[in-house]
Design a protein around this ligand. Structure first.
Ligand SMILES: Nc1nc2c(ncn2[C@@H]2O[C@H](COP(=O)(O)OP(=O)(O)OP(=O)(O)O)[C@@H](O)[C@H]2O)c(=O)[nH]1
Ligand SMILES: [Mg+2]
Length: 239
């Protein structure tokens, strides 16, 4: 049975290899530290339903590989994301220096309106710190990002990072700054029509290619089928 929710937000977790992206996601979903985390191959997926400001929001989270060799694969998942955790490791200046590149990718490939929180992870390793809180908070301010230092190991600020991002998106919807109906907004309302009901019952999702043959996107209710597009039935992402 699929649960009910007011909104579904597509989230990305991006940043350099080894920054702790998969551990952050694991901590958020399972509330425990992921022991022996290996490099992510391509992308991994997780989801959790949260309560934000009286609304039930399902977060559909794509944890991407930080290694360069997966870049073309991971980039294809950016499109239409509503929020992102941009992660670096406070003990690795290299991961911090790469932030500008990740940020450019997120804003150009996902959406210019994507809500991003900068996460300085491995807060528990303060003795090995290479990036100060002040330096990163300035970077965040200059680039219009929210900012938190997190620890996937202790769980500190992990839930906050996801919830803060969801709350900001929700505020933008409520203020009219973000339109959930807009294609590629990364936000979906709950399944209402026959198409959605069918998709949820069969766990198959009707998708189509984008205007330029890129990424598969779910069909929206009432959308017309066009001869120039290709349509596919793919397994609905299960919990
Ligand atoms: N001390 C400490 N170690 C962490 C923390 N988060 C992750 N690690 C360790 O950092 C290493 C990399 O973590 P991952 O979560 O796999 O890193 P990733 O960003 O997903 O890496 P890719 O999938 O290759 O992009 C692992 O050895 C983790 O145990 C943290 O908050 N504190
Ligand atoms: Mg990973």
């Amino acid at each position: 049975m699929s649960e009910t929710y007011d909104f579904l937000f597509k989230f990305l977790v991006i940043g350099s290899a080894g920054a702790g992206k998969s551990c952050l996601l694991h901590q958020f979903i399972e509330t425990k530290f992921k022991q022996d985390s290996n490099h992510t191959i391509g992308v991994e997926f997780g989801s959790r339903v949260v309560n934000v400001g009286g609304k039930t929001v399902k977060l559909q989270i794509w944890d991407t590989a930080g290694q360069e060799r997966f870049r073309s694969v991971t980039r294809s998942y950016y499109r239409g994301a509503a929020g992102a955790l941009l992660v670096y490791d406070i003990t690795s200046r290299e991961t911090y220096n790469a932030l500008t590149n990740w940020l450019t990718d997120a804003r150009t490939l996902a959406s210019p309106n994507i809500v991003i929180i900068l996460c300085g992870n491995k807060k528990d390793l303060d003795a090995d710190r290479e990036v100060t809180f002040l330096e990163a908070s300035r970077f965040a301010q200059e680039n219009d990002l929210m900012f938190l230092e997190t620890s996937a190991l202790t769980g500190e600020n992990v839930e906050e990072a996801f919830l803060k991002t969801a709350r900001t998106i929700l505020n933008k919807i409520e203020s009219g700054e973000l339109d959930p109906e807009r294609m590629g907004s990364g936000i979906q309302a709950p399944p209402k029509g026959l198409l959605s009901l069918l998709q949820h019952l069969t766990h198959l999702q009707l998708t189509r290619t984008g205007c330029h043959g890129e990424n598969l996107q779910p069909l929206t209710l009432g959308e017309r089928l066009l001869p120039a597009r290709r349509y596919y039935l793919i397994p609905w992402v299960l919990d």
